[in-house]
Ligand binder design. Structure first.
Ligand code: ZN
Ligand code: ZN
Length: 386
């Protein structure tokens, strides 16, 4: 169980990071702090990207990777806590300060008692919040090439402190974006027959796009198609020759993702053509969905039950949110666990200016990490299929 010094370390590190947040890809002081803290207890560190830190503890054997993201968000903090952001307009409003602090505290314990049967690679990853994200860069740099399993913890204000959620299957969605440019031809508002109205095309297309989820996607496969931006027109008496729509697509399964993309392309072209215009579609695939594998999620659930109690761990909490941990689970078997951090007054949604966490979650997170390391490395050292 945790010692008092472990508890005070994780708390003070979390508050220090909370007070000094940095935006995605700009985690310069954060990375230095993590690096010097790790080096302070004799852990070897290196970098695979300009910001973010990799470290390793143990020798030989199989390797498991534990990931914490470290970036903050462009949010004006309104918590009023003594450790509120000192960097105006930037806030740790997703709890990545907690992730970094919990992994640092786990590293400190592991540095005193290194694993006997393998290695733990600690991944302090930059830029989860800003596509293309920091994970892809690390994967391309070879982070996971010799790794057997990868694990991530995310605090969750919607789940009470003392609870956790993990299970096999999809956890987050494939998160894509699209942009459609509709081209018509301009004209006088009183002479519509001489023009090709891009706004009318846009109106029909917006409604047509609503049928993708309701008519083209298998109802057993979740998906969302939302238009978030519409731009067109310059004056009330001019028919617009151009309209721009931009939106978001979320899906859990690859076939659904492909169907949605194809339907957006088809509907844009055919709708524009039907009204005498043309369409250009840009579809940008974003973070792949996080998919928990059977064995790693079983080990994570066991670790959480051992720390939090039998009844405190529920199955996977699937959300259509995006999370670049999906780049890791696409590459090697892995699992992502939601750690409850909510309590009364500390249950504002993530990314909210008043987001905060019940700091009891920090100790739980550290203990779950340490228990997981034992269970996973034991399992990997045991003979038989993994
Ligand atoms: Zn977030
Ligand atoms: Zn987050």
């Amino acid at each position: 169980m945790s010692s008092d010094s472990e508890s005070s370390d994780v708390l003070s590190w979390r508050r220090y990071l909370h007070q000094n947040p940095e935006l995605s890809f700009k985690e310069i002081e954060t990375s230095r702090f993590i690096e010097s803290t790790l080096q302070g207890f004799g852990v070897r560190t290196w970098r695979l990207a300009p910001t973010g830190v990799i470290a390793e503890i143990g020798t030989g054997g199989p390797i498991i990777a534990l990931r914490a993201d470290i970036d903050a968000l462009p949010v004006d903090e309104a918590t009023g806590t003594p450790y509120a952001s000192a960097n105006f307009g930037v806030m740790h409003a997703c709890g990545h300060d907690a992730h970094a602090a919990m992994l640092l505290a786990a590293a400190k314990s592991l540095s005193v008692r290194p694993p006997a049967t393998g290695r733990v690679r600690l991944v302090f990853q930059a830029a989860e919040e800003l596509p293309p994200g920091g994970a892809q860069q690390l994967v391309e740099a070879g982070l996971l090439e010799d790794v057997s399993m990868v694990f991530g913890i995310h605090v969750q204000s919607g789940l009470p402190v003392g609870m956790a959620a993990v299970g096999p299957g999809p956890v987050t969605a494939n998160s894509d974006r699209f942009e459609i440019l509709l081209h018509g031809s301009a004209g006088h508002a009183a002479l519509p027959h001489q023009a090709r109205d891009a706004i009318v095309m846009a109106g029909h297309l917006i409604l047509a796009l609503q049928t993708i989820v309701s008519r083209s996607v298998d109802p057993m496969s979740p998906a969302a198609v939302s238009i978030g931006q519409v731009e067109a027109g310059r004056a009330p008496n001019i028919i617009a020759d151009r309209a721009r729509l931009a939106g978001t697509v979320r899906s859990l399964q690859a076939p659904t993702q492909a169907i949605v993309e194809q339907r957006i392309r088809d509907l844009a072209q055919t709708t524009a053509t039907a009204f005498g215009g043309s369409a250009e579609v840009r579809y940008m695939r974003g973070y792949p969905g996080v998919e928990n594998a059977l064995l790693p999620s079983g080990l994570f659930a066991q670790a959480a039950r051992d720390v939090l109690g039998e009844d405190s761990v529920q199955g996977a909490l699937t959300q259509l949110a995006g999370e670049d941990f999906g780049h890791y689970t696409r590459r090697v078997p892995g699992a992502f666990l939601y750690l409850g951090s909510g309590s009364e007054g500390r249950d504002f949604p993530h990314h909210h200016p008043r987001f905060d966490l019940d700091e009891r979650a920090l100790d739980y997170g550290v203990q779950v990490w340490l228990r997981l390391v034992d269970l996973a490395l034991d399992r990997l050292a045991a003979p038989g299929p993994t």
